[in-house]
Design a protein around this ligand. Structure first.
Ligand SMILES: [Zn+2]
Length: 487
């Protein structure tokens, strides 16, 4: 008689079918069983044989052992963007991706310490209770908690990771969903950004939007009705604007009357699209209804609805916490790259994507892969819990395998401003109390500022006598150079 797999987990099969976008019928055909057999597996009326399990695992690109692991990570139901009704299938798929993200992070946490969770808490119990003023306060509280002052944020994803949020950015092919966020039972937040366009401006806004859900809607369950969903989306959007563009410091730089050209000057500096800047100016009351209509009409007439000038000037911010965790474990011989999919249970391609590796780093053909010469233990423990209690690993942990992103804690970019100064012109760093130099003419001040901008790869911002911005020049090719990436 054929041996069956007694500890087969139907919930894993459900997860993998969703994640791969396979129907039960398609899956049955690939594995060579009837659809009825698959549905009997799914409700545990029947168990697969060892051979069927391996075939199923290879079709689903997971390990056979993974299909026997209990689903442990309990996550709150995530918030999704976009209209809620018609995307059940897409939402299920992304829900699984974020569950896998939580699971990967959880398994690696056996070896490393992630940054402690530091996300300001508010007790809003209903979306309808949250006022615009509450949202402004919450966004401000985040900036204060993270020492961001009121200038442009250099890297929103890094800010989130340093606050203990686990972030992944994946190409999902699902253009209608931009991101989702959730908390696990231990109080750690997760954000999945769906990257279908390489637009760094949009990606930053999406990250800030998801932060809005984490901060504002932590105690509110995912909405069942469209009106509440719409309200919560609006709130997360408003939060993103408030977080990225603090009313006082941002508005002081906007020239009046508000023009598309004027806002374009600010786009690169603040890392926010012109469209989102317009919405922010409406939110703070600096642009009224008539002006808003004029700007939006002009914007779509000049640029169309889908894009803006300079969209390609900012590459999307990439999460680094999990990638660096894996690199650290590889480098210390704690885990080999080859063992990673076996330990975690899902394919290298999934891991590459969820952990933020560049495409091909883990999955390119074996000839190019550097395999670390560290032999894996003969009885490699496959369950997370048992890995943690394996003595050699406990010892490694005790020896200080601990990863923090502290060296990148400076998150405000130090742009250089040329401003008036008692009748003269001064060169001043972002956030500095005092001028770095004072000059008799604006031309001299600009020359000095450009030297500094070129040297430090930051933006040089030219102010008029009234403080508003007249020009902006970027001297950084990539405003967010990953400091830890090898050339
Ligand atoms: Zn949302």
């Amino acid at each position: 008689m054929t041996k069956v797999i007694a500890n087969f987990e139907p919930a894993r099969l459900d997860q993998a079918l969703s994640a791969r976008g396979l129907t039960a019928v398609e899956f049955a055909a690939r594995v060579g069983v009837t659809p009825t057999t698959v549905s009997r597996w799914r409700n545990r009326a029947q168990l697969p044989s060892g051979e069927q399990l391996s075939k199923a695992a290879s079709e689903l690109r997971v390990s056979a052992q993974w299909l026997t692991r209990p689903v442990s990570q309990a996550l709150a139901k995530p918030y999704f963007r976009g209209s809620i009704a018609p995307m059940k299938f897409d939402r299920a798929m992304l829900g699984i991706r974020v569950e896998w993200l939580a699971e990967v992070a959880g398994q690696l946490e056996a070896y490393v310490d992630y940054p402690p969770v530091n996300v300001p808490r508010f007790g809003f119990a209903k979306a309808s209770e949250i006022s615009d003023a509450d949202i402004e306060t919450a966004a401000q509280a985040c900036r204060e908690a993270w020492g961001l002052k009121d200038g442009p944020i250099a890297d929103v994803v890094l800010v989130l990771e340093n606050a203990g949020v686990i972030v992944a950015r994946e190409e999902t092919g699902l253009a209608r969903i931009e991101g989702l966020s959730t908390w696990n039972q231990d109080g750690r937040p997760f954000v999945l950004l769906c990257a279908d366009k390489a637009n760094g401006f949009r990606s930053r806004f999406d990250a800030a939007h998801e932060l809005g859900h984490l901060v504002l809607h932590r105690n509110i369950s995912a909405p069942a009705d469209a009106a509440t969903h719409k309200l919560m989306e609006h709130q997360a959007h408003r939060f993103a604007g408030a977080f990225l563009l603090p009313a006082k410091s941002f508005c002081a730089e906007v020239s009046l009357p508000v023009s598309l050209q004027g806002l374009l000057l600010l786009k690169r500096r603040w890392g926010v699209s012109v469209a989102a800047m317009i919405m922010r100016l409406v939110a703070v009351g600096m642009v009224g209804d008539a002006d808003y209509l004029r700007l939006i009409k002009l914007r779509s007439a000049k640029w169309g609805n889908k894009q803006e000038p300079k969209d390609d000037e900012l590459s999307p911010e990439m999460p680094r916490l999990l990638r660096r965790t894996a690199e650290l474990l590889f480098a210390n011989g704690v885990l080999s790259q080859a063992a990673l999919p076996e330990v975690i249970g899902i394919s290298l391609a999934d891991l590459e994507s969820l952990m933020g590796f560049d495409w091909g780093v883990l999955t390119r053909p074996a000839a190019d892969v550097v395999t670390l010469p560290v032999p894996m233990p003969a009885s490699w423990p496959l369950q997370t819990r048992s890995i943690a209690s394996e003595p050699s690993f406990v010892a490694r942990r005790a020896a200080g395998t601990s990863l923090r992103l502290v060296e990148e804690s400076v998150m405000s970019r130090k742009d250089i401003h040329v401003v008036t100064h008692d009748g003269d012109w001064a060169v001043r760093r972002e956030g500095a109390e005092r001028a770095s130099s004072v000059h008799g003419t604006k031309a001299e001040a600009m020359e000095r500022a450009r030297d500094l901008g070129r040297r430090d790869h930051v933006e040089v911002v030219e102010h008029g006598r009234n403080g508003q911005i007249q020009g902006s020049n970027s001297y950084g090719n990539d405003p967010n150079p990953p400091k830890d990436r090898k050339p």
